[in-house]
Design a protein around this ligand. Sequence first.
Ligand code: C2E
Ligand code: MG
Ligand code: MG
Ligand code: MG
Length: 285
Amino acid sequence: AGKSIGTGTIQYLTHEMDEQFTRKLQLERSLFTALEDQALHLVYQPIINLKTKHVDGFEALLRWNHTALGSIPPDEFIPLAEEAALITPINNWVVIEACERLALWQKQIAPDLTMAINISPHQFQSDSFVRTLQHVVSQKKIDPRFVTLELTENIAILQTQRTIERMQLIQALGFRLSIDDFGTGYSSLQYLRAFPIDELKIDKVFIDGIDLGENGLLDSIIQLGQNLKLNLVAEGVETTTALSYLEATACQQMQGFIFSEPLSVEEVELRFGSSNPEEPDNKDN
Ligand code: C2E
Ligand code: MG
Ligand code: MG
Ligand code: MG
């Protein structure tokens, strides 16, 4: 990236830092037009029912194809978008796009298909997020009980009362709430009781533990979720060892490369569309 930034400070940076900084600037600049350039798109990872092995639904995951730098992972560009205050239009687009896609797939694939959408902490606090959800409901784009909004544990750190009220408002609109990456954040058992949630997504680190013979924490989380009557989803299942272990637990759903990586719209429709072998008794169309 032999691009000169032209400030004296830069000369003190190592070559590697210089490259990182240049990349960040470059990404930030093109993020401004990424939405209108249609460079952002969603891919969809199947969520599998551990009992029936059917596809219950999908999680929408954001992708950015940068013209010069290629595919940028969401873990890299979402923090940048938050810094640059670009995240709101992007996030609102994700919610609407994923809901519209679900409406189509409920007609094409199965009428009770679900969609999970990731919500960043910043997005969760913004009023435009709630307005977007209200818009989705009032436009009758989709029945919100088929849509799960995934929050991270870290939303719980601040403003607990405000967070609870916002969650209640979102649930009153009809959406389901899930805690993503459960077990890795600033968790406290206290908030699990206080927060009106429907589901825990158990983080991949606990699933990876199965292969290492470390099931203690996983078992505790499953027990906890069961006691609180929450739906449990295992994330990042990659091995048959992990899969067969989970099949014998109270965990209801799983997601991971062992079944499928995130898929493009075309791939989903090819694999699960009209002649879906996994929906043998769907006679509606
Ligand atoms: P997440 O919500 O926990 O998503 C799961 C991540 O794990 C995804 O990475 C997925 O591709 C990956 N994954 C799924 N199964 C496996 C597996 O078996 N093995 C391995 N190694 N990985 C697996 P991805 O798509 O790169 O997303 C990373 C994170 O970016 C997400 O974590 C989520 O926090 C965030 N993110 C993605 N899309 C959005 C979005 O639309 N909005 C917001 N706010 N955040 C998003
Ligand atoms: Mg997620
Ligand atoms: Mg996760
Ligand atoms: Mg994550």
